[in-house]
Design a binder for this molecule. Structure first.
Ligand code: F6P
Length: 372
């Protein structure tokens, strides 16, 4: 094994942002690969909270010692054994000023002090756009950091896929398959919402294989009259029912995504896209409409074998990267390899569905309507 030229003795792992199936598999692979190199491994609880708010964790000061025993059966487990948060970004931490107004404070130096206090030589940070942005900032402040791309939304740059996405699209496909039978029995239009805040990957890649008739993506503002016209023609051909898949960030032409919460220090919350489409369609078509929001069901459950393998590869590669002296990079899947990309190529960027890809062309060839 390695001669530890990296000088690393102790690493930390954290998980940030919305959870995604496969997080535990990354933790498992990174822990085992690091322990096998003689490194000590600790997990930070709840994003960065465990390291800068240790007083909130009376049992273990916010740090979980990761051993072979702790990680031995976690590969198939959904969620994250470390906990996570998409509230209270430490770089824009919401606090009350003297007048009682909420202001955002940068508390990243307290986190850097926490890493020094705990004698942590390097961090493996598993997360989406927000967490990778933070990882990039810590790398710039001198911490050795390797990022691991996670999100069911699959909207990160520089990797062909993020782990968690395959589980989400597979489960959404299965759910939409089930909706066909009930929709057919009642001659209904079923409108189903799936996660996908800024990018429509889940809607697109579950909607096509589950034979959706309409797919509405954040990338293509929709005209509801075009959707209604498509459905009318569809029923005029003698079809019994229809399925409309709506990404949560879908927006009407000239309108915006449906936001239900916008507060300092918190990620914006979307909601209601499916109800908006149903309300807009109600007076334009005759068939009965029902709605369903798959929401957080898509984040739960056990990762698919693809997500497990990708996550395990990412975790092991993150440790190899640290051993090789890398920092400020993210591991990425660029088949057949896992390679390293600088965090500044990823941080603050978002990967939308490209509208000219073969997948989109296939959907259009299949007659799927995008409301444009
Ligand atoms: O992880 C991204 C995501 O799945 C988005 O699609 C969704 O908008 C968001 O998480 C919801 O997160 P939460 O309900 O945890 O705030």
């Amino acid at each position: 094994m390695a001669n530890n030229a990296s000088g690393i003795k102790k690493i930390a792992i954290n998980t940030g942002g919305g959870d995604a199936p496969g997080l535990n598999a990354v933790i498992k692979a990174a822990t085992v690969a690091a322990l096998n190199r003689g490194w000590e491994v600790i997990g930070i609880r709840d994003g960065f909270n465990g390291i800068f708010l240790p007083e909130n964790y009376p049992d273990d000061d916010g740090l979980l010692k990761l051993t072979y025993d702790v990680v031995k059966e976690i590969t198939p487990l959904g969620g994250t054994i470390l906990g996570t948060t998409n509230r209270g970004n430490p770089m824009r931490y919401p606090m009350k000023d003297t007048k009682g107004n909420i202001v955002e404070i940068d508390r990243s130096d307290e986190i850097m002090a926490g890493f020094r206090r705990e004698k942590i030589d390097a961090l493996i940070s598993i997360g989406g756009d927000g967490s990778l942005y933070m990882a990039h900032c810590f790398a710039q402040k001198g911490l050795r950091v390797v990022g691991v791309p996670k999100t069911i939304d699959n909207d990160l740059e520089a990797t062909v896929i993020t782990f968690g996405f395959d589980t989400a699209r597979s489960f959404a496909t299965e759910c939409i398959d089930r909706l066909h039978t009930t929709a057919r029995s009642h001659r209904r239009v079923m409108i189903v919402e799936v996660m996908g805040r800024h990018a429509g990957w889940i809607a697109l890649e579950s909607g096509i294989p589950s034979s959706a008739d309409v797919i509405l993506l954040p990338e293509i503002p929709y005209d509801i009259n075009i959707v209604a016209d498509h459905l009318q023609k569809h029923f005029a051909k003698g079809r019994t029912h229809a399925i409309v898949v709506v990404a949560e960030g879908a927006k009407p032409a000239g309108g915006d995504s449906s936001v239900i919460e916008r507060e300092a220090g918190k990620a914006e919350r979307l909601g209601g896209a499916v109800d908006r489409v149903a309300a807009q369609l109600k007076d334009l078509i005759e068939n009965e409409i029902r709605t369903v929001n798959l929401g957080h069901l898509l984040r739960g459950g056990s990762p698919t074998s693809f997500d497990r393998l990708t996550a395990l590869r990412f975790g092991a590669a993150a440790v190899r990267a640290l051993e090789e002296g890398e920092s400020g990079i993210m591991v990425a899947l660029n088949p057949p390899d896992v390679n390293y990309v600088p965090l500044d190529q990823v941080s603050g960027k978002m990967r939308s569905v490209p509208l000219d890809t073969d997948v989109m062309v296939t959907a259009r060839d299949l007659g799927i309507c995008f409301g444009d």
